[in-house]
Design a protein around this ligand. Sequence first.
Ligand code: ZN
Length: 236
Amino acid sequence: MNSKAAQVMVVTPHPDDAEYGVAGTVARWTNEGKEVVYVVCTNGDKGTSDTNAKSDELVKIREEEQMAAAKSLGVSEVIFLGHPDQGLEDTPEFRKELVRLIRIYRPETVVTADPYRRYVWHRDHRIAGQVTLDAVFPYARDYLSYPDLMKEGLHPHKVREILLWASEDVNYRSDITKTFHLKLNALRCHKSQVGHIPLQKLEAWLRERHMIMAEGEDFQLAEAFHRVEIWQSWLR
Ligand SMILES: [Zn+2]
């Protein structure tokens, strides 16, 4: 058994996207005893409207905020890949970084941004989502994809399911009624991004958003995803 194994890997384009997308579900998973690891693709050094902000200071702040948010949710580990904000590209190197991590942590579930959201969608979100999907299938799966990783002892791994947040094609809703307050807390850790919004306003906005996502379900608040089951257990 790999000592680093985690049941869930969350690949987030920027610091804070995971909190918007899946934090309520992450809190539920960690409460259930699941190991969750975060992979933060970019360092968030450009996403600000503060004209006094300096990129290198932002990187440090965003990293600390992301660590605090992850800690509050019970996430086991946070890996910062450190790509420049607005600089993520679909490259063999980035894909291999993700394959390496998938083979180290061997998650059952991978969560990321839906790359197929239309029109106005952050380029980093589109690329992070697409490269994660590619890394999961087929690159993490095949022996011959990376002979050098094999030599390092990083064997192929089959991820069971992918959840994509911010999808326009929702087919799975996760109950976050009991963990909504933890999601709100985690989001508030990103002070440089949401600190200017009064708590009541942020909470009301978030609650309404997740009530809408729960429409048609027998619970009150949901996070909504497009879910793809790649390997059924009997096929693995
Ligand atoms: Zn983002």
